[in-house]
Design a protein around this ligand. Sequence first.
Ligand code: GLC
Length: 514
Amino acid sequence: MIEGLPYLASLGVDAIWLSPFYPSPQHDSGYDVSDPRAVDPMFGTIEDFAELVDQAHERGLRVIVDIVPNHVSASHPWFLDALDAAPGSVERRRFHFLDGRGENGELPPNNWESIFGGAAWTRVKEANGTWGQWYLHLFDSTQPDLNWENDEVRADALNTLKFWLDLGVDGFRVDVALGLAKDTTYPDLIDPIGMSQSLRFDLDPGSQEAIDRRAGLANSALFDRDEVQDIYREWRKLLDSYGNDKMAVVEAWVPPERASKYVARDTLHQIFGFDFLVVPWRAPVMRTVIEHAIKAVAQVGAPPTWALSNHDSPRVVTRLGDGDSGLARARALALVAHALPGSIYVYQGEELGLSDVEIPDSARQDPVWFRSAGQQKGRDGGRVPLPWFGTEPPYGFTERFDATLWLPQPQGWGGSTIEAEDIDPFSTLNLYRTSLALRRSHPGLASGDVVFLDTDNPDVLSFQRGADVVVVANTSDRWIAAPTVGMVLLASGPIETGETGLMIGPDTTVWLQT
Ligand code: GLC
């Protein structure tokens, strides 16, 4: 990772967010943490981490680490202790251990479902070898949920935050931030599938069904409960005690009217805007999504955030189409996002225009795949190690980092390596570099406002930033005439100067200085 920093600095990002690198049996790519205040030997030592922070800071990059407060690994000492302890004990009260229903407790305590599929409860064998209580896990059975009504649990999370802050980190990404507080009367849900599937990785998150389900989550028994904000108020105080330069971004896919609660003056700083993970490449929908996203956080003065992809979603190129059209649209959507106010989160490899990889079943790792008995492929296709140089796997990865590939790379990535894209002026990498640099330097793009133009146009999204930047995205498959004339600052695809002025190619976004 330290060796990769010059590349990230050349991309022009301000900060890096690291997914979990803590000791873990890796049942969910590190989101099953057995010690939140250490580095897994597979990745290095605490000294290496401190060195990473120092070197990142020297290059002007801030460091955000992932914190996983909703659950721990089943091999975390607390959970091992809980398994050895009796029902009702202090050790068990750190988790959600309940007696089962049915004559002999053979049925789960309620009908809650795991987000990865199957029941959210697993039954344990008691010390005397008989079947005993059940514990709650909203994700895999190797990820028992912590009970946030427990003072020790709260204090321990604060210790974890302090630990990393003392090592110089600049902020945190809060995993499953909407899930920590639960209704501990554990009511059956009227629509158990509705509750958990709204977040399920196998349901098309853009479908009306998923949108309705997310709306049903607001202040529900499992998610987005109002009292979760009490936890973040405590965290905010701690972050503020380190000066006014620390931040946290929450993973909480909630309806717009709930988003502002997480980023109020006394809670945290940013909430991921997930709409661009699912938005269709269609001007009218994009306009609405952008308007809503900005409005959702504006009332509390928090910045909107934008992400085209992440480690839980298909890569944007794959999501938006096949082959060339997917890439063209992904590049165009990136220019739309990079022209918006707020913060952009770029997922590794997105800047190379990579697509999802077809992973052989024997190599799959995602618990979603295992818990659905192979019905759902899960998220491995977008988590393949990056290609650095060369024309075939491992594309320099193992050589450069003295590491093994955790998922197989495909043939055909020779033109998408960092080395190849670095020297190609038309590569997606260089498009990202230019747009991120302009985003930082151009006064028009630094302003906070977005004024939509030509708002009834079904094929063209256009908006103005500041006094003189106009962004035009042609989401149709035809050439269109630019509705405004000006100097081209940057284009994601083909443009031509015709008799009537600038012509913009299909699936192309252009930044114009008017
Ligand atoms: C979050 C992470 C995801 C992980 C899950 C359980 O959604 O982004 O990768 O599987 O939490 O920790």
